[in-house]
Design a protein around this ligand. Structure first.
Ligand code: ADP
Length: 506
């Protein structure tokens, strides 16, 4: 049921990253290329037109030059021999060669080039083709670019003056439809179009290939997310992927995040299991007493008093268990980087030793604190207090006949070391490895009898670890134990600053 909409969604066309990227790259290349091509085309075209104008101008001047010798006005067919003298007198090979090199002859042979000669009365006396542009007499050279039959045409009109008398004897009227310019421009346009198509296709292809590889890796990540989403406990991880870039970093970070989340889930499950197991005993005890009360307690005041006292004791044990479980959860959430408080270790030790001594006057607690007042740690004061109370409390709980406890503290370059020693029951090597586990008690009945829930050392261990320290044990069964706490010292320069900040609040 749940999968159906997903499947139909998959079939729908989407603008995937690949398509978007290919289109973007293709379009960008196309636009860039078009801009450059247009600029190049325009300047190429203008150059060609300028060249054509120059050559038309030169031809006009050449013709006017040749015809300027004529005396008594320009007349009919007399003009042609003057325009192409070599042609008319050509008999030798030399003359033929000259003929082919003559620029006027060359222009005359061009179909897009029209030479028209008018006399001084604007009467046409020679035309290489029928003129399509109306002639207007001018006094000096005139050059125009006009459109004839939809094509750009250069029109040059030049008056011819007689060489010796400077009299106006006629006009040269040239039109040039620039066929060669048009052909070259067409050719260039075609070449540019082909190039644009190739460039766009090529860049689109390259873009597509790059994004294809990129999106393939993104797909691997998304598939893993889907797997984990379907079953959060699955061990699916993003597989090793080719490449070494941000996507690979993302995959690594994602995998380690999954590991961590699953570790938390496991821990949570274990915790719930442990807690329900631990709560079962007191609940069973209370239930037993209530049943007892129900059967006989109503009539027997002795049973009534005993059962009520036992049930109340169990209830307060549950209370302390719940309180310790909360402390453990809080200890697991401590992160040193979020703690700004600075605590003077010596002061806390002295205070806790005094308090415990007061409560257990039958014990002799000896404190040997080799620390000056400058030694501080970055941690919450009540966390340090909690650690010391747990260790001293255990030392008292598990002492035998020798009611003596030694606490010593000293420091090296970077750490404060606190030792709590008792001369009691001691712990076997196998138990030493487990006493920091949640709810672990060496002798369950005995520990219970002394009010222990098996959480004290786990709380202390997690707190010390959260502050970057270590909690270890050295013990000989039957002789006693030494618990060692090591905590990183706050560097002195920071120490003094922080202490100043801290003064008003403490
Ligand atoms: P509890 O609340 O039962 O004392 P802890 O976590 O503090 O729980 O300690 C775990 C177990 O380690 C205890 O049940 C006890 O058996 C053992 N233990 C702790 N401290 C000492 C000690 N100083 N001497 C001997 N055994 C100890």
């Amino acid at each position: 049921m749940k999968k159906e909409p997903q499947q139909t969604q998959k079939k729908k066309f989407r603008f995937t990253l690949r398509i978007k990227w290919s289109l973007a790259v293709g379009l960008t290349i196309f636009l860039t290329f078009m801009i450059f091509a247009s600029i190049l085309y325009a300047s190429f075209y203008n150059n060609l037109v300028t060249q054509e104008k120059q050559s038309t101008d030169e031809t006009a001047k050449l013709i006017a030059d040749r015809l300027s010798d004529v005396k008594g006005g320009l007349k009919g067919r007399a003009v042609l021999p003057l325009l192409v003298p070599e042609y008319y007198g050509a008999t030798s090979q030399d003359a033929a060669a000259k003929f082919s090199q003559d620029s006027i002859v060359n222009q005359l042979s061009r179909t897009d080039f029209n030479i028209v000669i008018y006399n001084q009365n604007a009467k046409q006396i020679f035309a290489s083709q029928k003129p399509k542009v109306a002639f207007k007499p001018v006094e000096e050279r005139r050059e125009e670019l006009v459109r004839v039959d939809g094509r750009s045409t250069i029109v040059v009109t030049l008056p011819i003056y007689q060489q010796s008398s400077y009299d106006l004897i006629g006009y040269v009227f040239l039109t040039n439809r620039m066929d060669n310019v048009r052909r070259s421009a067409e050719e260039l346009r075609l070449q540019m179009f082909v190039l644009v198509v190739i460039a766009v296709l090529f860049s689109g292809f390259v873009g597509y290939t790059i994004v294809y590889r990129l999106s393939k890796r993104i797909k691997m990540i998304s598939e893993t997310i889907q797997k984990v989403d379907r079953s959060p406990e699955s061990s699916a991880r993003i597989p090793e992927m080719p490449g070494n870039d941000e996507i690979n970093d993302l995959a690594d970070q994602f995998n380690s995040m999954l590991d961590q989340v699953q570790r938390y889930i496991e821990q949570q499950k274990e915790f719930v299991g442990d807690v329900s197991h631990e709560l079962r005993t007191p609940v069973a005890v209370i239930q037993g007493h209530l049943q007892l009360l129900n059967r006989w307690g109503k009539d027997d005041p002795e049973v009534l008093a005993e059962s009520l006292a036992a049930a109340s004791q169990e209830a307060s044990r549950m209370n302390s268990l719940i309180e310790e479980m909360l402390q453990l959860t809080r200890a697991e959430q401590v992160e040193q980087k979020n703690v700004q408080e600075v605590t003077d270790v010596r002061e806390v030790i002295m205070q806790i030793v005094d308090n415990i001594q007061m409560l257990h006057q039958d014990f002799s607690i000896m404190a040997d604190v080799d620390l000056d007042n400058e030694v501080s740690v970055r941690m919450n004061r009540n966390h340090l207090e909690q650690i010391l109370v747990i260790l001293l409390d255990n030392a008292i709980k598990y002492s035998a006949t020798r009611k003596e406890i030694h606490l010593s503290a000293d420091r090296d370059q970077q750490h404060i070391k606190i030792l709590v020693q008792d001369f009691g029951l001691g712990i076997s090597p196998t138990d030493q490895q487990r006493i920091f586990d949640r709810f672990y008690r060496v002798d369950k009945a005995r520990s219970r009898e002394r009010g222990g829930n098996g959480l004290g050392l786990s709380i202390a261990f997690r707190l010390v670890k959260a502050y970057g320290g270590e909690l270890t044990v050295d013990s000989v069964e039957g002789s006693g134990s030494i618990f060692k706490v090591s905590l990183p010292i706050l560097p002195t320069f920071e120490n003094s600053d922080a202490e100043e900040e801290n003064t008003p609040t403490s």
